[in-house]
Design a protein around this ligand. Structure first.
Ligand code: SF4
Length: 586
């Protein structure tokens, strides 16, 4: 169905389209895994253009992991292909009668029954669908067995390792009996002022490649963060008990480059090419080949589990991609299980007889497979943090999660603004809503609470804009791309002049909109806190030894944050927010 210019200009695309569509259908949705949930898969108006990072596709639905507003994004080539087929968004609701894949070939759209794909891995499914369609040009997004079994942190994989990991969007697709979506397009993308966009593109590419860190970024991508954070005393280790890993040099980007990396890969048209293709050449995991890991996976499947064998991390990463589960949620849940058995909070008999121990990669791969197949203890873990705490409430002090989402690999005790970032993130404890780590490590000693609220809100305002436009945040956060460019790109593409401050007002409105969605599911101040461990358990060792988040300080941060947003003390937007929402998106 056509959206119309007014809708397209107000909500822009990506997360903006998805949030509005979800909001409008919210009254009909009872269960995130019911057929009535509505999954929007939307690139943005910049996706598929030859701009740095213009490759993102957003997936929005009520989240199986948390039960509230949810979204996740993936790079690769899926979104650009979808736009070349002539679509700004796919909106899926209902449920196919049989396991099927959706085949979009420009204007032809078909639901293809695919019983043979049942139980297949996500990467194998991508290959099988390409073979069935006899085309290497087709782009395929697929779920693994975890999505079919409705694991609440199931991912969607495209282009052999680009994942929409968070929130359980793979389970939403699985609940609709859709194993994969294949797309092929042959149309040019609409650009109102092509010569202006060409000039902007040339300048952007030149500025990016002139950046002193550009080459290092291409060599390591986000894997450079392992060494950076370990040196700074902020690398989560053994389920966030420590922040310095004594074997960090065995799992960092330099180790990867020396012994495992065999190539680079990039999302559509992106010169940053941050993807690392790695191969294990020797030992127990010989022959394992995978795209990645990036930092989050290296930490959550590495230092956070006490794993010092980089080959084992690659095996875990490859297994998560193939099974179709989010590496962050999986790593945090497995770490919680290991600590629980290690400290006696659980007995081995609670975890299928396994005497779990740190760094044991055989046990870790067994647990990952159990989760994806919902076997034994894996069936509990497949429900995510909420299910784990329902069964074992004694794990609350050690399970690092917010709103039911397992926390990303940055410790809120080392950088207090991240406590607010996690606590107020609309989807749960995820770092891409506001990543304030670098600035706080550099300048935080001088910061007031107001400074911390300011930086969190700044991130929560600029980042939704990227997600509406369909661009990657990394050129901005890693290589200093200035925000103004994005208003210029959008103006050239639409032919309608836009100032940056106008676009940022849409971001603020979008943040209110997603809050309203979650408030309708019971979210309020009580849910806006980082995990209990951040308040109660001092960091062991390293530069930040003994540090916790001070509860009094956190309450002040939260008060200030709500004031700045114009929300009540209980974190609720005023009644007129919903009514005024459309007016703010001019
Ligand atoms: S920076 Fe990396 S993740 Fe972002 S678009 Fe470019 S290649 Fe993809």
């Amino acid at each position: 169905m056509p959206f119309g210019d007014d809708f397209a200009l107000k909500y822009m695309g990506g997360r903006g389209f998805g949030a509005k569509i979800l909001y409008d259908h919210l009254g009909k949705i009872k269960d995130p895994l019911g057929p009535e949930n509505i999954l929007t898969i939307a690139p943005g108006p910049l996706t598929g253009l030859f701009l740095p990072g213009a490759a993102k596709t957003h997936l929005v639905a009520l989240a199986p992991l948390t039960g509230i507003y949810g979204d996740s994004n993936m790079g690769g080539n899926f979104g650009s292909e979808l736009r070349q087929a002539g679509y700004d968004a796919l909106v899926l609701t209902g449920r196919a009668e049989k396991l099927s894949y959706l085949w979009i070939d420009d204007d032809d759209v078909e639901l293809v029954p695919a019983p043979d794909l049942a139980g297949k891995g996500a990467l194998d499914t991508e290959r099988a669908v390409k073979e069935a369609l006899q085309s290497e040009e087709v782009r395929v997004a697929a779920i693994g067995p975890a999505g079919e079994k409705l694991v609440r942190f199931a991912s969607i994989n495209c282009d052999w390792g680009r994942n929409a990991g968070r929130c359980g969007m793979g389970a939403v697709l699985g609940s609709k009996n859709i194993k994969a979506i294949a797309v092929r397009g042959g149309q040019d993308l609409p650009v109102a002022d092509a010569s202006e966009l060409r000039l902007l593109t040339e300048t952007s590419l030149r500025d990016l490649s002139d950046h002193p860190l550009f080459e290092f970024w291409q060599q390591q991508g986000l894997m450079s963060v392992v060494d950076y954070l370990n040196t700074a005393g902020g690398l989560p280790t053994r389920n966030f008990q420590q922040n310095v890993f004594e074997h960090a040099e065995q799992i960092d980007g330099f180790k990867m480059e020396r012994e495992f990396k065999i190539g680079d890969t990039a999302c559509f048209g992106c010169p940053m090419s941050c993807g690392n293709i790695c191969l294990v050449k020797n030992g127990k995991y010989k022959g394992t080949i995978t795209e990645g890991p990036e930092y989050e996976s290296a930490c959550t499947l590495g230092s956070n589990l006490g794993v010092s064998d980089f080959a084992a991390i690659l095996k875990g990463n490859q297994l998560c991609d193939e099974l179709g589960i989010d590496t962050i949620s999986a790593g945090v849940l497995v770490g919680t299980m290991i600590e629980a058995v290690d400290t006696g909070l659980l007995r081995p008999s609670d975890v299928d007889g396994m005497k779990l121990e740190w760094g044991n990669s055989d046990q870790i791969t067994t647990l990952l497979e159990k989760i994806a197949n919902r076997e034994g203890v894996g069936d509990v873990l497949a429900g995510g943090s909420k299910a784990v705490l329902e069964k074992w409430p004694q794990l609350d002090p050690i399970l690092v999660q917010t709103k039911g989402m397992e926390q990303s690999a940055y410790d809120a005790r080392a950088t207090i603004s991240m406590a607010l970032a996690y606590g107020t993130s609309d989807i749960g404890a995820h770092h891409t809503r506001a990543w304030t780590v670098g600035k706080e490590l550099e300048l935080g000693a001088k910061w007031t609470n107001e400074d911390r609220v300011n930086i969190v809100m700044y991130h929560q305002t600029i980042r939704p804009l990227f997600d509406m436009l369909g661009v990657c945040r990394l050129p901005w956060i890693e290589l200093g791309f200035d925000e103004q460019r994005y208003a210029e790109y959008y103006s050239a593409v639409t032919g309608v002049p836009h100032r940056l401050d106008e676009l940022l007002e849409r971001s603020r409105a979008l943040w209110d909109l997603t809050r309203l969605i979650s408030v309708s599911r019971g979210i309020s101040r009580k849910d806006d806190y980082p995990a209990p461990r951040m308040f109660d358990r001092p960091i062991e060792g390293g530069q930040y030894a003994g540090r916790v988040v001070d509860r009094g300080q956190y309450e002040e941060l939260l008060d200030l944050y709500y004031q700045r947003r114009g929300w009540s003390e209980d974190g609720l937007p005023p009644a007129e927010t919903a009514k005024s929402f459309e007016d703010r998106l001019t």
